[in-house]
Write a protein that binds this ligand. Structure first.
Ligand code: ZN
Length: 422
């Protein structure tokens, strides 16, 4: 009988993932450092134990070939260096970068960018309270929305270590999958640990969205948004974000070339399509950004907000994508509440109270295109939505919408990039 050459590798991989998965933003920095140190050590041990168990001539050759094929990546050099530093020299120099975004009537954007390390660490709760006190003082008369992003970094370095580690895991995962395929083991020990590894991987890949929190303040109390996110999976079952999936605009959709190439025609197409979906789904639609790139591919970013802040944070997220990638036009689909003018008093209440006084809901679509001065809107009053003439009229009459200030940052980036091209 052949000894189990796979199991030691899987155990080390499991240890590495398990350690990383214990990381969360509520932990103190001194509690988080050993988790990262241990991750680097166990991640490196995967190849150490493999060298030991692949010990015949044939196995040695196999190991050398596969290592060259899968692990000769610059990304992994970083893992080896970090392991050597943290094992032999000093604990990982972990810093948490705290980014606070405020969404106020006169300002949408970053208000804090500061870094905490082992010497000046404070709990998340303290940060929340400080921000709350500041914003209440600054903005006495209207709703307050803010979000906090936490990034894990290394002292003096701009690399987001969590996403770099995720990249390393993908490389290691491809390597280990190949080894398992070539030297499969059916013992229950291996089967169990493979199952656990799968679960851990999913948790790790979903975890980084828990590094962002949305808040609103009503009557001096902080209300947290719920953490719900749509994700897709890659070929290994690792969750990936929706914005990483780009498909041709006309994949599964009957759109002609002249519609695809015209921002306004495409806007009208999406309006009639989502009007139909809205009706089929019993007047219910998930807020969604549709990002159209210059190469006529498209990403759909649907999300499930429980507080208004999440809309604002998502708009910031799309703005960041617009800075990095070549976006042609962005559409947003959602529902709006409409208030009659005689309810002026109720409208001044906090958002969660105010929406109870809305007279109707609008299904609305926005277009953010550099070809137009303002955000453009097509909207449908759901009380009239059964009337075909009304619907056709709405689709054919998009209007400039000056109330969509929360989408303006995206428009500004598209215009900026457009100007710099010419
Ligand atoms: Zn086994």
């Amino acid at each position: 009988m052949m000894t189990d050459i796979i199991y030691p590798i899987l155990q080390k991989y499991y240890n590495a993932l398990n350690s990383l998965n214990s990381l969360n933003i509520e932990k103190n920095i001194f509690e988080s450092i050993p988790l990262i140190d241990n991750f680097f050590a166990e991640f490196r041990n995967i190849t150490f134990v493999m060298q030991k168990s692949f010990n015949t001539k044939e196995l040695k050759e196999y190991y050398t070939t596969k290592r060259k094929e899968f692990l000769n990546d610059n990304n992994l050099r970083w893992f080896i260096d970090k392991r050597n530093e943290t094992v032999k020299e000093y604990p990982f120099k972990l810093e948490k970068e705290i980014l606070v975004y405020a969404y106020l009537p006169d300002y949408c954007g970053k208000i804090v960018d500061s870094r905490l390390n082992i010497d000046n660490d404070v709990p998340l709760e303290t940060i929340e309270q400080v921000i709350k006190a500041y914003l209440i003082k600054y903005n006495k008369n209207s709703d307050i929305y803010f979000s906090i992003d936490i990034l894990f970094k290394e002292n003096g370095n701009e690399i987001n270590i969590y996403s770099r580690i995720k990249n390393g895991i993908i490389i290691m995962d491809n390597f280990i999958n190949e080894v398992i395929t070539d030297y499969p083991c059916n013992c229950s020990k291996c089967k169990n640990i493979i199952e656990k590894i799968k679960e851990l991987k999913t948790e790790i890949f979903l975890k980084d969205f828990t590094f962002s929190w949305d808040y609103t303040i009503e009557n001096n109390e902080i209300i947290w948004g719920q953490q719900i996110e749509m994700r897709a999976s890659d070929k290994n079952g690792c969750p990936i974000s929706m914005s990483d999936i780009c498909i041709p605009i006309d994949a599964n959709l009957p759109i002609s070339k002249n519609v695809i190439n015209d921002d306004m025609e495409l806007f009208k197409f999406y309006a009639s399509m989502h009007y139909t979906i809205f009706n089929l789904q019993k007047k219910n639609i998930m807020p969604t950004f549709i990002i159209v790139y210059e190469d006529n591919t498209v990403s759909y970013i649907p999300f499930i907000p429980t507080i208004k802040t999440t809309f604002y944070r998502k708009a910031q997220y799309v703005e960041k994508i617009a800075r990095k990638k070549d976006i042609r036009v962005v559409y947003f689909i959602g529902e709006n509440f409409y208030y009659p003018i005689e309810k002026i008093k109720e409208i001044q209440q906090p958002y969660s109270q105010r929406i109870k006084h809305a007279s109707t809901t609008l299904l609305s679509l926005n277009m953010i295109s550099k070809k137009y001065e303002h955000v453009m809107t097509i909207s449908f009053d759901i009380n009239n939505i059964e009337c075909e003439d009304y619907v056709i009229n709405q689709i054919n009459n998009p209007y400039e919408d000056i109330n969509c200030y929360w989408l303006n940052p995206i428009l500004d980036v598209l215009k900026e990039k457009n100007l710099s091209k010419h």
